[in-house]
Design a binder for this molecule. Structure first.
Ligand code: AKB
Length: 359
């Protein structure tokens, strides 16, 4: 579903000169500067894919961005631009797509997140590790620029947590974290050994009105839906659990700016990015301004253990220095935008549908 809150980002990015846009992605091994990059997004029906496709299409044209997944798409997804079936575990199938569509950039979103990965470790190994082997090798063979997201989950209890610098101890205790450290390392290895244009951002919890599905930071999305519908929420983390977070608009802008950054500007292939850090209690406090009788209770479960091993404050000064990363949303405007977004795009829509059924 098209989020109105993201339209400002798309509109502002549209003002970039068309010629500049073409020049930005130019690299000797990749798409010539005379045409926009052809982009394939894997895992396109997860939390980030649809909005990412919208942003990239606003920049490079609708036909330049192919969304893919193994899930049946909604009508709305089909109407917004090309959508195809792609199984990241099928190497030949991926080769076919890259050749037939003349792909230049690969944005690899397919992954099981932290909480759900712990429920099915063998599947997480297949999707998050074997899948990365496939796309990295594919990107090498066809000289693609490849983006793989990493996460605050790539750190563990031995890492400094406040703040967590770009380069430090990484000993995660989840299969998700282990698979993301693996992705970072194999990507860097392919960069040094084969010159692969591998780019990776470590994202914090990403907050969007679309449900994330299976993460440890999901409470920060669920609380909006529950609070606005029912005025109450049971949180699975303790009230003082501090985690780094970012609004989806900032997250996708970071991705776009990073993908466009000239290689010479990048001092590393993997960067921390973030916007803010807060606890459930602090989020609920802000949300209470919009939902005065909000009642939140706390019932920590196994996700507490994961959160306790993750960074509390993320140091993204390298990204800010090297490619001028700058967040736009802090806790206050994040809450304002989320309330408006969930209300308009979910609750009002559901209520409208209910009204129609009654008639
Ligand atoms: C998760 O909670 O698993 C993700 C993440 C922080 O990578 N949202």
């Amino acid at each position: 579903m098209w989020r109105k809150c993201l339209s400002s980002l798309v509109a502002s990015q549209r003002q970039v000169q068309p010629m500049l846009r073409l020049m930005h992605h130019h690299h000797p091994n990749q798409a010539p500067a005379t045409r926009p990059p052809k982009i394939l997004i894997t895992g396109g029906l997860g939390q980030l894919g649809i909005e990412c496709a919208k942003l990239l299409r606003s920049q490079y044209g609708s036909e330049s961005v192919i969304l893919s997944d193994i899930i049946k798409p909604s009508q709305a997804v089909l109407e917004n631009g090309p959508y195809i079936f792609a199984d990241i575990l099928d190497f030949k199938g991926l080769q076919k797509i890259v050749v037939n569509h003349r792909i230049d950039w690969l944005i690899h979103f397919s992954a099981l997140l932290s909480a759900v990965g712990e429920q099915n470790v063998p599947l997480a190994v297949r999707v998050n590790i074997e899948g990365v082997h496939n796309v990295i090798e594919l990107a090498k063979q066809y000289k693609l620029r490849i983006f793989v997201p990493s996460t605050i989950g790539a750190f563990g209890p031995d890492s400094p947590r406040n703040p967590t610098p770009n380069v430090t101890i990484q000993r995660p205790r989840t299969i998700y974290g282990v698979s993301k450290v693996h992705a970072e390392l194999i990507g860097e290895y392919y960069y040094h050994k084969f010159g692969l244009d591998f780019r990776c951002l470590r994202f914090p919890g990403v907050i969007s009105s679309d449900p994330p599905g299976g993460g440890t930071t999901d409470y920060a999305v669920a609380v909006f839906h529950e609070a606005l519908r029912h005025g109450k929420y049971t949180c699975y983390l303790k009230p003082d659990t501090r985690l780094p977070m970012m609004y989806i608009e900032d997250c996708l802008r970071a991705l776009l700016e990073f993908m466009r950054a000239p290689n010479e500007q990048l001092k590393r292939r993997v960067y921390n990015v973030t916007a803010m850090s807060f606890t459930p209690e602090e989020l609920v406090d802000k949300l209470s301004k919009h939902v005065p009788h909000l009642h939140v209770t706390y019932k920590p479960d196994s996700r507490q253990l994961i959160a306790d091993s993750w960074p509390q404050v993320f140091d993204d000064s390298d990204a800010r220095r090297d490619w001028h990363w700058k967040h736009k949303y802090d806790l206050t405007n994040l809450v304002d935008f989320m309330v408006k977004d969930v209300q308009e795009n979910y609750i009002n829509v559901e209520n409208g549908e209910r009204q129609t059924i009654k008639i």
